[in-house]
Design a protein around this ligand. Structure first.
Ligand code: GDD
Ligand code: MN
Length: 375
């Protein structure tokens, strides 16, 4: 397994000088079968961080330097590093790590081990049992850090994660990072972390949080932009609104499907001699295909399937998914009429409940199986 530790730097001369040997030292504990490299992405630091790394790369063959033209923000640096790690270094796993010793190199083997044991996304978390943020931090900083994660959790609906902004992580490439359009990441700054996490989650990655102690910075200063709070807020809300938009379009398509079904059914019984049950079967079938196309090219248009061979693979799956709640609904109505009361109100309540559950069911499985988001 090839692992690349991507370390972005901007004016971290003192830190990187100590960090590279420290990481190399830890790597001697990692089992031989893992090929681990260090990729420093330097924002053309005026303090000569790049030159230091270059010297190390002569001493250690697994140390690489990627030089940006200028400091473009943390997100931009990581996107550059991720692409290089995948395309030029053939990475199976990418680790994100800071250069300033706030991330303890001694934790590295735990990240690698967790991936080896099957996790796709390992999050070094400060907000789980055993993890911590510096005790010396001012109360407001602790509160912001913790509150920001709670906010993201609730708004994005990702309840399995407790630390949304941590910078210490490992991601599996195959099936996850290689499925992303990294150029479409929502922020060039620190807030890219939230988008990346959201994508990993939506791609269905197996997420594992491991506790980390986030230390105080040893040398130099934080590079976090002053607008980071607002930028993060923008990213969280954009991600949520985008999905809400999909959902609203999906509801509209549902209505169009309903009216197509109803309209065709009536046309068929009025204009042809087809018996009702066949008319209803035919109208239902046509409506289902109409909704497939509308969903494909509109509601879920950002992850649409265009190759005919792929469409033909997705359509039967779509029938299968869409049919399940219809069967469930019939069962629910029947069950309610028999066990609650046999009247019009109960029938309609059960029908309504069935439709609501069906909506959630369809939307969930369409998003997860048919139109998996990959932008
Ligand atoms: N190339 C490049 N370009 N590197 C950068 C840039 C940039 O624009 N901005 C920051 N870095 C590097 C720093 O040199 C450091 O190695 C690492 O990215 C993290 O930057 P810090 O400035 O140390 O960030 P922080 O300590 O304020 O924030 C850390 O904790 C946050 C959560 O509290 C980071 O881990 C964040 O990702 C995390 O959200
Ligand atoms: Mn830091």
């Amino acid at each position: 397994m090839k692992t690349v530790i991507v370390i972005p730097t901007y004016n971290e001369r003192e830190n990187i000088q100590k960090l590279i040997p420290a990481v190399e030292d830890v790597l001697t504990e990692v089992p031989e079968k893992h090929e681990v490299s260090i990729l420093v992405v330097d924002g053309n630091s005026p303090d000569g961080t790049g030159e230091v790394v270059e010297q190390f790369s002569e001493e250690y063959p697994n140390v690489h330097l990627l030089l940006e033209n200028e400091k473009n923000g943390l997100g931009a640096a990581y996107v550059y590093g991720f692409k290089y790690a995948m395309n030029e270094m053939d990475a199976d796993v990418i680790i994100e790590m800071d250069a300033d010793f706030q991330h303890d190199p001694a934790d590295l083997p735990r990240f690698i081990k967790a991936i080896e044991e099957g996790a796709d996304y390992v999050i070094g978390s400060r907000f789980v049992k055993g993890g911590s943020i510096p005790k010396d931090w001012a109360f407001y900083r602790k509160f912001l850090s913790w509150g920001g994660s709670l906010f993201s959790k609730v708004v994005l609906g990702i309840f399995s994660v407790n630390d949304f902004t941590t910078g210490y992580k490992a991601s599996r490439v195959k099936g996850f990072v290689d499925k992303m359009d990294l150029d479409a990441i929502l922020s060039q700054g620190f807030a890219y972390k939230i988008d990346l996490l959201h994508r990993m989650h939506r791609l269905g990655s197996k997420i594992k949080e491991i506790p980390i102690d986030f230390a105080l910075r040893e040398e130099g200063d934080s590079k976090m932009e002053g607008n980071n709070m607002l930028d993060s807020l923008r990213v969280v809300l954009t991600l949520r609104l985008r999905e809400l938009q999909r959902f609203l379009k999906f509801i509209v398509v549902g209505f169009i499907g309903l009216f197509t079904d109803l309209g065709l059914f009536n046309l068929l019984i009025l204009l042809t001699t087809l018996p009702e049950k066949y008319s209803s079967g035919a109208s239902g079938f046509i409506a289902m295909n109409v909704t497939f196309l509308l969903n494909n090219f509109w509601s879920f248009g950002d992850s649409k399937v265009t190759k005919v061979s792929n469409i033909l693979k997705k359509v039967p799956l779509y029938y299968l998914i869409s049919y399940a709640p219809i069967i469930f609904r019939s069962w629910l109505i029947n069950f309610s009429l028999q066990n609650i009361a046999d009247n019009w109100l109960v029938a309609n309540l059960a029908f309504f409940m069935g439709i609501t559950i069906g909506l959630i069911w369809n939307f969930t499985f369409y998003s997860k199986i048919i139109w998996q988001k990959n932008d």
